[in-house]
Design a binder for this molecule. Structure first.
Ligand SMILES: CC(C)(COP(=O)(O)OP(=O)(O)OC[C@H]1O[C@@H](n2cnc3c(N)ncnc32)[C@H](O)[C@@H]1OP(=O)(O)O)[C@@H](O)C(=O)NCCC(=O)NCCS
Length: 177
């Protein structure tokens, strides 16, 4: 398999949120839906992962892998024939990881405007040719709304890492008190 090139960029120069903003859209077809015309949750999750991956690659200027996907609520059914749109951007950056937020909406014939289907948060890690995490430049939130997203992402990161730590500790300790 060919490996995506890494575009060298200075690590001390922050990258505006705008750089990573990504919109992907696709009409939902027969294979995306069950017998009742409802689109499978996995199809929507894949669309989220794809848009998030593009945002992460745009920010990090090289390959990035999905490391974690937060729980994802599906607020409205998606139907065969809907135009599914995913909008993604990097909300927060660490040393090698990024939190990407993805908003999912659909447009449906006969309905005015867009229907909000879900909002998902994913962690992507930038990797080098050996699959080892590589450092990335920081994101620079460009307005108060983005600064708010950055701080909310920090709260989510703290809870992800704490959960991971607690489960690891439990597994190492076992069931003995
Ligand atoms: C993601 C992966 C590269 C991380 O490797 P690792 O050796 O665990 O790396 P580290 O422990 O150094 O963590 C790297 C970064 O990820 C973050 N991270 C790892 N697991 C995390 C989790 N569960 N939640 C939040 N952040 C996490 C770390 O905090 C660290 O962030 P930072 O550098 O910004 O501080 C590795 O687990 C992997 O390759 N996973 C498979 C990914 C994959 O195949 N995805 C599907 C295809 S795209």
């Amino acid at each position: 398999m060919p490996f995506d090139p890494i575009v060298e960029q200075p690590l001390d120069q922050s990258i505006p949120t705008e750089r990573s903003r990504t919109t992907l859209a696709r009409v939902m077809g027969v294979v995306d839906a069950n017998n009742y015309g409802n689109v499978h949750g996995g199809v929507i999750m894949r669309a989220v992962d794809e848009a998030g991956g593009v945002a992460a690659i745009r920010h990090s200027q090289g390959p990035a892998v999905t490391a974690f996907m937060d729980e994802m609520a599906l607020l409205e059914p998606v139907k065969q024939g809907d135009l599914l749109t995913t909008r993604a951007q990097v909300n927060w950056t660490g040393r090698t990881s990024m939190e990407v937020g993805v908003r999912v909406t659909v447009q449906r014939l006969g309905i005015e405007g867009e229907i909000h289907v879900s909002t998902a948060y994913l962690v992507f890690v930038a990797i080098d040719a050996a699959g080892v995490p590589r450092p990335i430049p920081p994101v620079e939130p460009d307005c108060d709304e983005e600064r708010l997203r950055f701080h909310a992402a920090e709260i989510r990161r703290a809870s992800r890492l704490e959960r991971r730590r607690a489960i690891k500790e439990l597994r190492e300790r076992g069931l003995e008190p």
